[in-house]
Design a protein around this ligand. Structure first.
Ligand code: ADP
Ligand code: MG
Length: 697
């Protein structure tokens, strides 16, 4: 309570202020330059920095250090802690941390998915310090953000490709700025503000649900009489226990230099959101992983569990991550800002046309980057954007595009205007130039795009790799077409109009949740991948490989490996879910129901003996026994179907079988169990219900 943000912010970060005080002036200048411009740091300088870091970390109570990295598709930061202890000499040890320790680590890579990139016998993997993302102390450990690759140099993480894509978009963006006569811009930054949704449930109850424990989502559970239909949770008053939790995470995040800014209840009961202020993409990625980590650990401290799964409860809205993304020059020109006169802003119009082209071309890749197994339960359901990628531009920018499509150029723009409440005491507000469209996966929000599809538990690495790579490609093509044009103004206008015409189908300003949209989208030829499994092959499409190879972001071999990993990951997750259902059915649900049928049978006999009418009791016994039989049958079937799925030929066939056959068998088992839940007495039902989980915290 009562923490002063100014005082605690960045307390645990080896940030600029700390470096300035602790490094010799010239070393400080060099490190700053490297942080800003990239480049190689000498081992001598790394030694100096490491020494300063160690002393600072020791003062913070650290005993260990670790390189933090993000193995591909595992969306928690991996850490291998080493203590500062040196080799003892005469029984004495010293705290050591060298430049080499800082620069490079060698975690055993063999336990992480490599998709066949790494021979089983070759286990080496390397981590390299990402000098552009700040080092921090967490608990007793000095944490160094890194990139992670194999012995042979292939990237095994989500960070390396992102850094490369950021570099590519910067380089091509600068080219574009030069075309428009800007000689000063040296870099283009890609910024991200990820809004993170999550659920909180009581830990005691969670521990009674193996499905939540093993798979992060409930695999059984009937809807309570009250869901979210009253819309009374969204932005509602925050419960004291949740408020205490939020205060705790805010302070920890501030200390870690993360600008925890917005917090509120979300649409579903027990669902909440936290958003930091946007930052440079790779830092946003590291920070978001830290946010997820702090959320989970702090929940435990408060007797709660934080669920980051995309769909913890069937029938109740799930969680996503809104990836607010923009491109800005180093001197502060936001390329997505229409400005006061968007009709005259040719740079903005060209960037917009490039974005339309990029999104349209790489729609499936974008969809994939926002996907994981859990998100399959959200995308396309009426709570999250549909699985079809389209862009929402809003009135003002939408109108600019309309004019260009019609006349080849725009000559006027709709003003946003003001909003008057009609009450003197309330201020007149200047309106945003766009309204919100919650149903669009890719919405223009005035000075950025909000990609609303991203999975809540995923790393944002992939998403932003695609976003920046596809823009690098579109910028590069625009520059190729326009550099050397005799009449630049005319050429830009024509090129912009041409791109917009070719990719107009990607713009959709209507209701993405409506039944008509998928039909209309199909007419437009827009892809609709219902499952991540359908989208995975896009990783190795010619268009994808060409883009990634052109900018040295990922090679064909790396993409092939990632494809493998994703298929395996999908099957792996569904396998855990299926086995958990079988186990819960056999060992928790059927025993409880069996026991209850015995009680009912005894009751029937007793009531009959007492000479009364036992038909209701007998009827109930019949109904429950029939559903128990159905449960038993479905359990056996599910176990068998899992074996069949596993035995398929290759990773793709296995994933497809899990998606179609295993999922159908899971649904067939869930049905009788959920029906039993609502006709059985609450006290004999062997686990907390949805109502217990989402309302009682
Ligand atoms: P809303 O819920 O209205 O979309 P929030 O305030 O919850 O808005 O989150 C918006 C996110 O977008 C924040 O993280 C914010 O810092 C970020 N953001 C704002 N401007 C930009 C920008 N130019 N580029 C990237 N992200 C931005
Ligand atoms: Mg938002």
């Amino acid at each position: 309570m009562g923490v002063n943000i100014e005082k605690v912010f960045g307390e645990n970060v080896f940030d600029d202020a700390v470096m300035k005080v602790r490094l010799p002036k010239s070393d400080y200048e060099t490190v700053k330059k490297l942080m800003y411009e990239g480049g190689e740091i000498t081992e001598d300088l790394a030694d100096v920095v490491a020494q300063a870091m160690k002393e600072w970390a020791l003062e913070k109570g650290a005993t260990h250090f670790t390189h933090v990295f993000q193995p591909y598709v595992i969306s928690v930061g991996a850490e291998k802690h080493d203590s500062f202890a040196s080799v003892p000499i005469d029984g004495k040890i010293e705290n050591t941390f060298t430049g080499k320790d800082l620069l490079m680590g060698e975690p055993d890579a063999s336990s992480f998915p490599s998709g066949g990139l790494r021979a089983t016998c070759g286990a080496r993997g390397y981590t390299a310090w990402d000098i552009t993302s700040p080092v921090y102390v967490k608990e007793d450990t000095l944490c160094i953000p890194t990139a992670f690759c194999s012995y042979t140099g292939e990237s095994l993480d989500t960070k390396t490709p992102l850094l490369k894509a950021m570099h590519a978009v910067s380089k091509q963006g600068v080219r574009l700025m030069r075309l428009f006569g800007d000689q000063d811009t040296k870099r283009i930054f890609s910024y991200v503000g990820p809004e993170q949704e999550y659920f909180l449930v009581d830990r005691e109850k969670y521990l009674k649900r193996p499905d939540l424990m093993y798979s992060g989502r409930t695999l059984f559970g009937a809807m309570p009489p009250k869901g979210q239909e009253m819309d009374d949770h969204y932005f509602g008053a925050i419960k004291p226990r949740v408020k205490a939790f939020m205060e705790d995470i805010n302070v920890q995040l501030w200390k870690l230099g993360i600008t925890a800014k917005t917090e509120h209840n979300e649409v579903a009961p027990a669902q909440h959101e936290i958003a930091p202020i946007f930052s440079i993409s790779n830092v946003a990625l590291d920070n978001n992983l830290l946010v997820m980590d702090v959320l989970k650990k702090t929940a435990t401290k408060h007797g709660l569990v934080c669920l980051l799964h995309e769909k913890p409860f069937d029938g109740i809205n799930g969680s996503g991550k809104h990836n607010n993304w923009s491109l800005t020059t180093d001197d502060g020109i936001n390329l997505f800002k229409p400005g006061k006169k968007p009709e005259e802003n040719k740079l903005f119009q060209l960037v917009l046309a490039c974005t339309m082209a990029a999104v349209d071309r790489h729609a499936v890749l974008l969809r994939l980057a926002a996907s994981n197994t859990g998100n399959d339960h959200r995308l396309g359901a009426n709570e999250a954007p549909p699985a079809i990628i389209s862009m929402y531009l809003g009135d003002q920018v939408g109108d600019i595009v309309e004019q260009i499509l019609k006349n080849g150029k725009a000559t006027s723009s709709l003003s946003s205007g003001t909003l008057e409440f009609g009450i003197k005491k309330l201020p007149v507000l200047e309106k945003d130039p766009t309204d919100r469209n919650r149903t669009s996966p890719f919405a223009f929000t005035g000075n950025r795009f909000e990609f609303r599809m991203v999975a809540s538990s995923n790393s944002i690495g992939d998403t932003n790799t695609v976003l920046n790579a596809m823009m690098a490609e579109a910028f590069s093509e625009a520059c190729d077409a326009l550099e050397g044009a005799a009449d630049f103004d005319k050429a830009v206008e024509e090129y912009t109009a041409k791109l917009m015409k070719e990719h107009a189908r990607i713009v959709f300003n209507g209701n993405g949740y409506s039944e008509e949209w998928p039909i209309e989208a199909e007419k437009r030829g827009l892809p609709n991948c219902r499952s991540i499994v359908d989208a995975i092959p896009a990783l190795v499409d010619d268009t994808t490989v060409a883009m990634y190879e052109k900018f040295n972001i990922l090679s064909k071999a790396e993409l092939e490996a990632r494809k493998e990993i994703l298929f395996e990951q999908y099957a792996g997750v569904r396998n855990i879910e299926a086995l958990t259902m079988v186990e819960m059915s056999n060992r928790i649900i059927m025993p409880a129901v069996t026991k209850y049928t015995k009680d009912l049978a005894d009751t029937v006999i007793a009531v009959k003996e007492a000479g009364a009418d036992a038909s209701v009791q007998a009827g109930l016994l019949g109904e429950i026994s029939a559903k128990l039989a159905e449960t038993k049958k479905a359990t056996t079937a599910l176990a068998e179907i899992v074996e069949e799925a596993k035995a398929k030929d290759d990773s793709k066939a296995i994933a497809i079988s899990y998606k179609d056959d295993v999922m159908a068998a899971m649904a067939a088992l869930r049905k009788p169990v959920d029906e039993l839940e609502v006709i059985m007495p609450k006290e004999v039902w062997p686990m907390p219900t949805y109502g217990d989980l989402v309302y009682e915290i």
